[in-house]
Design a protein around this ligand. Structure first.
Ligand code: ADP
Ligand code: MG
Length: 323
């Protein structure tokens, strides 16, 4: 059973950034307004995520580590109306199967919190603990019992780079949440959490870039787009500067990227990519988010229609400024 757990864990937990993603998504699902991520040693020494969300009750805390225990889906029909990022109940047990995990969590209604330590999937200790409202998860010795995984990891610098990229994308698509990232005690990134997207854009790209970004807006009775796109002269040689989200979920969808670039047709030289942040909203029924366990990929019904709206929205915004 332990082996099965570790194999399953491999699907969700590939490297430090996958742990950060799952923990931060849980914090977002818990309505946190502030999320702090502290990394040590590229994430292999430790990853700590602290949030001020609604926490987990003492009765529910142990249940969160049972496979497929999710508090987020009550009926099969809910799958089509997913408003939360998590829904499989796999992340916590998967991470705890391949690390030494400590969770301290407290709900508003209790004066004290609850604490569990799980190592390699085995419960080591649990009990009441004094802590603030919200949840703190510390993951130490990631992959200590899966040497093959460890071997696949790149340098610490690469791993922290991936975490940094994830966090600034998370910040961009959640401008109302304040993010703080530290590595070995030093601040790497901080977003204001002011709910103003442009202020988060400034935190990520600098005030100089933010001050020349072009706002983007579209709305019909199904689809809503908001965001900022860079003037062509802000273009970069990397596609990483395009951040897209659908219903609050980061998506890496090549067709959406292509649709944005198509809006810039004739304005960018070959091999250059725009800086862009596009937050799309559409009815959950139009989406299938069940494509991949890491949930980066989604399928959109009526994709052609959505893509042409994106292209024309980008083109229109560019056309409205003097380039
Ligand atoms: P999922 O997010 O798919 O439901 P997880 O394994 O990530 O599954 O988490 C299991 C459960 O633990 C969640 O459904 C939620 O009830 C609870 N949980 C996990 N992290 C947090 C958190 N930071 N704040 C509040 N509840 C949490
Ligand atoms: Mg989750």
């Amino acid at each position: 059973e332990n082996t099965a757990c570790r194999i399953a864990a491999g699907e969700v937990v590939e490297r430090p950034v996958s742990v950060v993603k799952e923990l931060v998504e849980n914090s977002l699902d818990a309505d946190a307004g502030n999320i702090t991520v502290a990394i040590a040693g590229g994430g292999l020494e430790s990853i700590t995520v602290v949030d001020n969300g609604y926490g987990i009750s003492q009765e529910d805390a142990p249940l969160a580590f049972q496979r497929h225990a999710t508090s987020k889906i009550k009926t099969a029909g809910d799958l089509y109306q997913i408003g939360t990022l998590g829904f499989r109940g796999e992340a916590l047990p998967s991470i705890a199967a391949v690390s030494d995990l400590l969770i301290k969590t407290r709900i508003r209604e209790n004066n004290e919190g609850y604490c569990l330590n799980i190592r390699g999937g085995k419960l080591i200790e649990e009990g009441p603990v004094g802590c603030r409202i919200g949840t703190m998860v510390t993951v130490r010795e990631l992959f200590f019992n899966t040497p093959a995984r460890l071997k696949h990891l790149k340098s610490k610098a690469t791993e922290i780079g991936l975490v940094n990229e994830l966090l600034y994308k998370m910040a961009l698509i959640n401008p109302g949440v304040g993010f703080l990232l530290t590595h070995n005690g030093r601040q790497v990134f901080q977003s204001p959490g002011s709910a103003k997207l442009l202020e988060t854009v400034a935190a990520v790209y600098g005030v100089n870039v933010a001050s020349v970004m072009i706002p983007l807006e579209y709305e019909d009775n199904e689809i809503k787009i908001e965001g900022y796109i860079g003037k062509p002269e802000l273009s970069r040689s990397s596609k990483q500067q395009i951040t897209t989200a659908v219903n609050g979920r980061i998506v890496r969808n090549l067709a959406i990227h292509a649709a944005i670039e198509e809006g810039y047709r004739g304005l960018l030289t070959v091999g250059r990519y725009p800086v862009a942040v596009l937050l799309l909203k559409m009815p959950p029924g139009m989406l299938d988010v069940n494509v991949h366990p890491a949930k980066m990929e989604i399928k959109i019904e009526t994709e052609e229609k959505v893509l042409s709206i994106i292209t024309s929205t980008v083109r229109k915004a560019l056309g409205e400024v003097n380039l």
